[in-house]
Design a protein around this ligand. Sequence first.
Ligand code: ADP
Length: 477
Amino acid sequence: MALAYAPSIETTPVRIAPRYDHFIGGAWVPSSGGATFATVNPATEEELAQVAAGTAEDVGRAVAAAREAYEKHWRPMRPADRAKYVYRIARAITERSRELAVLETMDGGKPIKESRDFDVVQAAAHFFYYAGWSDKLRYALHGAGDPAPVGVVGSIIPWNFPLLMAAWKIAPAIACGNTIVLKPAETTPLTALLLAEICAEADLPPGVVNVVTGDGRTGAALVAHPDVNKIAFTGSTEVGKIIQKTVAGTRKRMTLELGGKAANIVFADAPLDQAVEGVVNGIYFNQGHVCCAGSRLLVQESVHDEVVEKLKARIETLRLGDPLDKNTDIGAINSSAQHAKIAELVESGVAEGAVLHQQSCALPERGWFHRASFFTGVSQSHRIAREEIFGPVLSIMTFRTADEAIEKANNTPYGLSAGVWTDKGAKSMYVAQRLQAGVVWCSTFNQFDPSSPFGGYRESGFGREGGVAGLRPYLTV
Ligand code: ADP
């Protein structure tokens, strides 16, 4: 049963140039080899622009510009003056929020209501929050006196929250007095480039923020560059391991925010309608392209059937389609490669004997889309219970006691996030304290605030972003 509704398309025009260069030393610089690659709208499969393909030489120029800006301008500047620039960037993000949201949705495929109400809002909030820290850093590390910046930061970010991840990296780095070279993901470079334009308009001294576009090879060149003092990476566990090997034995600092396979635990005493909303938000937000997505639902046996029935009804009401439609809940899958990866894992679930449930709506004729899906009859050994799908696909398992739920939730190489739904405060504390996850949400899911630290255990990485803890990787005593 597909619901009929009138579309409400976001029409704010955005200017997209046919070609984008790197942003190095405050200027737009083409790739040294002249090579470019296409960035595509995943909802239409149409090319949006050609973007410079960064070479090792380009990375070298960007790092040199960052070093010069660090030594000459940024480190010597009074912290209160640095803060003014960071505030200015924050305000410019809010002023250009519509444009940023539309561009984010066109380049990445996420629903406009999410880019508008979440990504852009959170990105501005991160700059506001860290701007406030710039001249208070002596209070950030207790008893350690005045900390110093670490130098030039190399940041590599993924395609699921392109603008927000750029903000998570740039805001604390520059607020602490570092300069940065940012490498956005190859499928979603456009909002990072617009952010670079915003930095230029905010009169940020040239070279404090540099953006070099390209694929994994560009990222690898940045990681290997000898004059980078710190690497901050968000992406897959697989690439995180490669980066760790490159950095091992050097004096570079490193923080890694990697994959996840979070458990969302629903007890029988939870308000089930609210819990189902939390489950839906946990797995279908941003098409499940979320490292902390609640991709394993652990539901107490006695309410399994009721929860499954509610979930079946709820996914029929999710609107899948044009990401620029303000009513859309499920947008496009970011790339054909990711689409194929999700499909392969879904096939493995069926082949291993789990039962697939999907919303019944029609898919748009063009673009990469995947229906909101969940599996019942999943066992812990199934690939869909162990591997990160990074798509709108939930695996449901059951438990009887709190200790069994804890054991199953922790039975993963990851440890980024988890959720607990129960009416009993003591029970949620008991469970939360025993979950090996960087963030545990109780009776909610996917809530973020710049003052709250975020990060993982085990194969989900190390180091924290956000809050006071998020300053530490960017400071030295
Ligand atoms: P995802 O699975 O989310 O695509 P990846 O880890 O493949 O995550 O990509 C995250 C970021 O890491 C992207 O910006 C990508 O270009 C970059 N990247 C990929 N391979 C490497 C590598 N070997 N070294 C450094 N960066 C890389």
